[in-house]
Design a protein around this ligand. Structure first.
Ligand SMILES: C[S@@+](CC[C@H](N)C(=O)[O-])C[C@H]1O[C@@H](n2cnc3c(N)ncnc32)[C@H](O)[C@@H]1O
Length: 242
């Protein structure tokens, strides 16, 4: 059984069946013996701790160059909170590249922010505000859940840095969009299944964080934390087959 965890970030599986793949700037710096020593001069605090604890079992690869596996060679491809960061045209090519490496009958499991839930919460809060004027101050939180990551300019980590470090890092690495931190599109059960069917995938189905067509999915601990709880609670899960 071979499972690819694409755009894994720091959420890797230790299981030997899983190949964790990412291309983050921190990971590339960490894998470079010279840059690894310079990094503490640029980042500090929580981010430095994050840098030091980047898991070792990650294959450093830029997925924009394709997936480094032969056709029909993979049983499961999984990606979490990655698709919404891709331009919509690139997302199509990415999903086709995944189809190439999946074996016939292989499963694609996609995790994305749950746009339907954000939208329903937003609409519900409109009526809450109509009945209680004091709620208006909270209303932007519901709009923020849907669009803040689409319109963000500065990278999340950088905004908490002191001015000098912030300037250096922004100059070297660019803004949130250049770093791929912004959301380029959002998905729900309708547009994602439509997209998958259009690309030739079969049987798209909505799943739960701990339910899957993949046998023993929970043992890989990709959608759960150490206690078995949902890892990213604002998520929507969909699976389809090649
Ligand atoms: C929002 S994070 C999600 C991380 C993790 N999957 C999770 O759910 O916590 C998106 C990840 O995709 C990675 N990524 C984005 N573009 C990539 C590319 N072209 N090649 C490899 N990884 C990429 C980023 O480095 C980042 O770690």
């Amino acid at each position: 059984m071979r499972i690819l965890n694409l755009g894994c970030g720091t959420k890797v599986s230790e299981h030997p069946n899983v190949v964790n793949i990412d291309w983050s700037i921190y990971l590339r710096v960490k894998k470079n013996p010279v840059l690894r020593r310079v990094a503490p001069l640029l980042i500090n605090g929580e981010r430095l701790n994050g840098f030091k604890t980047i898991p070792a079992n990650i294959l450093v690869h830029n997925l924009a160059k394709g997936i480094p596996f032969p056709a029909d060679s993979v049983d499961v491809v999984y990606h979490s909170h990655l698709l919404e960061h891709l331009d919509r045209d690139i997302a199509k090519h990415f999903l086709l590249e995944i189809k190439r490496v999946l074996r016939p009958g292989g499963i694609l499991r996609i995790v994305v922010p749950d746009f339907e839930r954000f939208a329903k919460d937003y609409v519900h809060h409109l009526s809450v505000c109509e009945n209680d004027k004091g709620e208006a101050g909270k209303h932007d939180e519901y709009i923020s859940a849907m669009i803040s990551q689409c319109v963000r300019r500065e990278a999340h980590g950088t905004s908490h840095q002191k001015p000098f470090r912030r300037f250096i890092e922004n100059t070297l690495l660019g803004d949130a969009r250049r770093r791929g931190e912004t959301h380029q599109w959002m998905y729900d059960r309708i547009n994602l299944s439509w997209l998958l069917i259009g690309l030739g995938y079969k049987n798209p189905v909505v799943q739960q964080y701990n339910v899957s067509l993949i046998s023993d999915w929970n043992k890989y601990m990709l959608d759960t934390d150490l206690h078995g709880n949902e890892y990213k609670t604002d998520s929507f899960y969909m699976e389809a087959q090649k």
